[in-house]
Design a binder for this molecule. Structure first.
Ligand SMILES: [Ca+2]
Ligand SMILES: [Ca+2]
Ligand SMILES: [Ca+2]
Length: 846
């Protein structure tokens, strides 16, 4: 008896310690964890701005990949971006019970629910609780959803109640058309779909239905079992409605019930003893012989660092030899991983190399004086011209897009719009709502993965290109641009430097705005949501015919010039004097840059600059004192504006204002203002240089402090959009600080940003710049060809997106998360400046 009791006690202890190692437990970061599996419960909640960003709710990171998210009470079988998302009303972590509870609310339907996630051994139970029954209108629509990343599950097997199946590579399941009255309201009442006059919306039917599903038993890193005793599980393919949809598992909440209404047991498989493969970060573009060469190796926290790593050389006869073996230095923990560094700067001989750390070999890269020579070419020759609006863009045998928006732009009526666009209570123009504003369908650049003209971003584009032009005079001519023919042909020289033509193209639209509207539009954008998410030829977003409300929808007038389809784009014209001020500055600089190339456009730009500057000053001075101060500090610096105006006009009064303001701005915010101060150097005397020295010294300390803040030594953004903008600004400022003060900011510092961009960063080691010089660039980007899982060469991805509380991510098999994969016109032209400045320095003493 005694022995038996002891035996039971020992067995119990064994079971306890066994299960301790295996069970999901709430960790200090407030998510459930076991080796290989993290279950996050609303560590990231839905945010209003862009609704469903596929980044929220219950998320499962399985073996390092966040392939499951979106766990929440939702109102659609396969929610799209603009379907309603629940607001999180509270989040309670109960350590004793090992559970996390969140309150969810749909204001539009006065509908509250609670989700309770509780660790149960190797599984979690997800339960939905209701204090009041589902509102009548939502019965049959409200359900518990969980979403699965298509690119990680397609072609994998699954069984539902023992029936075998396979996740489809492409969406070909079935749908049903239902009356619009049955469709839950979408974001602000907009519609994502064009029903072609049928009065019906499309609803996907389930691929499978049952009570127990096991997914990906053929892939231990993705395998997951889910069963429910009290509810039916339905599996849907969200790509039926939207190319960025995920696979959705769903149980409808029963009507008329309260208490625990639905519960699932969810058991993500964990590979025993799983340790994430080291991510060996290095510069995929390669290294010049003399530059510092430090690889940052990202390690699982359960991994034990090796003492050394090697640099292997691929010889000309194809054999491999060890070029260098060196010690691996600990850096320490940063968020969820541990970091070590491998410095192989001693290797200077040109050649083909790869890094070997333990059993992991990287792909090869070059050490060569010329590795950086081409880093901006794809962006200037391919990405930028493809984003030229109102043009037909051809490349060899391929047409990227026809001429978009031939019918022009209508005055936007008052609208609380999508994509954070807005038209105030009046038009602020001489035009009536929906009246055609003539002359706006010229010039300009597509914003990013969408096709609107964001005026602020287009101003940035022109400014960036002018800066590139004034500083480096890039004479590269690989693009044919005919504004007369409205035709662009890539890789066809036409005798004019491309950058000058891009400046002209940007100015053409912005000047037209100032002339036709009287001030700057905030944006020229889509009027209807159902063509805003367009994926395809930009020329087919609208029908090219003027909208005529006297015609029936889809009807075309007898002369073939008008249609009853309200697809014409709108100009959002609420006046913003700060934007006008920015435009005025840019116009002044543009007038200077275009002089001698397009004199009439230069004259138009200068005229608008002077007028807008004067009117904006007046409008700002009419505001209250405090508001005016806010407006002025929001200008991106009075000093910057006045410097630009001085450069453009050579009028000394601007220089005086600059000299008065710049020191205040430097004292207030050095990081932000140093670039402006450096930009002035060519126009200032030796005293100015001297006075600036201590600020540059301070900046040098700021640069080096990043080595302490994170293993990569650059500013890393943790916002909802990865931090490429601040990173490129940082990289550019470091370059210019070195150019003018090489004794304070050493040449070695300029490589920090390039390393990060081209592969030395968390999550993976692929280059963030599409198709540029790198041995392994990223393969997919959120460009306007994202539905093809492709990229537009020269695009720069935002980078690694931070997911709270401790996960960095950049999908390379799923392009649709804009926060990690969308290149923008402002960001990519900023990259051109960085790249030109960087190349200029690298080439100094090659
Ligand atoms: Ca946009
Ligand atoms: Ca050209
Ligand atoms: Ca139209």
């Amino acid at each position: 008896m005694k022995n038996n009791k002891n035996l039971l006690w020992v067995m119990g202890l064994m079971a306890a310690s066994f299960s301790q190692a295996q069970d999901l437990r709430l960790n200090d970061s407030c998510y459930f964890e076991r080796q290989g599996v993290n279950v996050l419960v609303f560590s990231n909640s839905f945010n209003g701005g862009f609704n469903d960003e596929k980044n929220s709710g219950i998320e499962i990171i399985q073996h390092g990949i966040r392939a499951i998210q979106g766990g929440a009470v939702r109102l659609n079988n396969t929610p799209e971006q603009w379907d309603l998302v629940p607001k999180m009303t509270f989040r309670k972590v109960d350590r004793e019970q090992g559970s996390i509870e969140v309150g969810l609310r749909y204001d539009d339907y006065d509908f509250d629910s609670r989700i309770v996630v509780t660790a149960k051994g190797e599984a979690v139970e997800i339960a939905v609780w209701l204090d009041k029954p589902v509102p009548e209108k939502l019965v049959g629509n409200a359900g518990l959803n969980l979403e699965f990343l298509p690119s990680r599950y397609w072609l994998k097997t699954f069984t539902m109640d023992g029936r075998l199946n396979r996740f489809p590579r492409y969406a070909t399941s079935q749908t049903v058309a239902r009356p619009n009255s049955e469709k839950p309201r979408q974001f602000k009442g907009f519609k994502t779909y064009d029903d072609r006059g049928t009065g019906c919306f499309v609803d996907p039917l389930p691929i499978e239905t049952g009570h127990s599903i096991t997914m990906a038993m053929d892939d231990p890193e993705r395998m997951i079992c889910i069963h429910s005793n009290d509810a039916e599980l339905k599996l849907y393919d969200g790509r039926m409605l939207a190319q960025n949809g995920w696979f959705v598992l769903r149980s409808i909440l029963p009507g008329g019930k309260t208490g625990k209404v639905v519960s699932w047991m969810v058991e993500p498989h964990a590979v025993e003893g799983w340790i994430r493969k080291p991510n060996i970060g290095f510069c995929q573009v390669g290294y010049t012989p003399g530059q510092p060469k430090v690889s940052v190796i990202e390690l699982d926290k359960n991994d034990s660092p090796k003492a050394t790593a090697s640099l292997m050389r691929i010889n000309e006869d194809g054999t491999v030899s060890k070029a260098y073996e060196g010690k691996v230095d600990a850096w320490g923990p940063y968020y969820k991983y541990n970091y070590v560094k491998f410095d192989f700067s001693d290797v200077k001989a040109p050649g083909i190399y790869y890094i070997q750390y333990d059993t992991v070999k990287t792909n090869n890269f070059l050490i060569d004086p010329h590795v950086y020579d081409k880093i901006t070419d794809a962006t200037t020759d391919v990405w930028v011209p493809i984003h030229m609006n109102h043009m037909f863009v051809n490349e060899a045998y391929r047409v990227w897009h026809g001429e978009p928006f031939k019918e022009g732009y209508l005055q936007a009526p008052p609208s609380d719009h999508f994509d954070i666009h807005y038209q105030g209570p009046t038009t602020d123009t001489k035009y009536k709502p929906l009246e055609l504003i003539p002359g706006l369908n010229v010039g300009g650049f597509f914003d990013a993965g969408d096709f609107d003209i964001e005026t602020g971003a287009n101003i940035n584009v022109v400014e960036n290109l002018i800066r590139a032009w004034e500083l480096f005079k890039p004479s590269r001519d690989e693009t044919f641009v005919s504004e007369k023919q409205r035709y662009v042909d890539l890789h066809r020289p036409d005798g004019t430097p491309d950058v000058l033509q891009y400046i002209e193209h940007g100015v053409l639209n912005l000047v037209a705005q100032a002339e036709q509207i009287g001030h700057m539009a905030s944006t020229l954008s889509n009027s209807v949501l159902d063509n805003y998410h367009h994926l395809g030829d930009a020329a087919s977003i609208t029908d090219g015919l003027h909208y005529d409300p006297s015609l029936k929808p889809y009807e075309v007038s007898a002369d073939g010039k008008r249609s009853g389809t309200p697809d014409d784009m709108w100009a959002f014209t609420t006046r913003n004097p700060r934007l006008d001020m920015r435009a005025a500055t840019m116009f002044a600089a543009a007038a200077h840059a275009l002089e001698g190339y397009n004199d009439s456009l230069a004259a138009r730009a200068l005229k608008q600059s002077k007028r807008l500057m004067k009117e904006a000053e007046e409008l700002l001075s009419q505001r209250t004192e405090s508001k005016r101060n806010n407006a002025r500090t929001g200008l991106g610096g009075i000093a910057a504006t006045n410097l630009q105006l001085y450069i453009a006009t050579q009028e000394k009064e601007y220089l005086d204002v600059f000299e008065k303001e710049i020191w205040k701005e430097l004292d207030r915010n050095l990081r932000f203002s140093l670039q402006t101060a450096l930009d002035a150097i060519p126009y200032m005397n030796e005293d100015y240089r001297k006075q600036l020295r201590p600020y540059v010294e301070q900046y040098a300390t700021y640069i080096q402090d990043f080595d302490r803040q994170n293993p990569y030594g650059v500013p890393i953004g943790t916002g909802n959009w990865a931090g490429i903008g601040p990173l490129l600004s940082f990289g550019t400022t470091v370059c210019f600080a070195h150019l003018y003060y090489p004794d304070i900011v050493a040449k070695d510092e300029v490589y920090r940003t390039a390393n990060w961009l081209f592969g030395c960063h968390p999550y993976h080691n692929y280059s963030f710049v599409a198709a540029v010089g790198a041995a392994r660039p990223k393969l997919v980007f959120y460009g306007n060809n994202r539905a093809d899982f492709s990229f537009i060469p020269g695009n720069v991805a935002p980078g690694v997106l931070f997911r709270k509380p401790d996960h960095f991510e950049n999908f390379d098999d799923w392009p649709f998360l804009w926060g990690q994969n969308e290149g923008t016109i402002a960001g990519n032209t900023q990259y051109i400046i960085f790249g030109l400045a960087f190349k200029h320095i690298v080439e100094e003493k090659k």
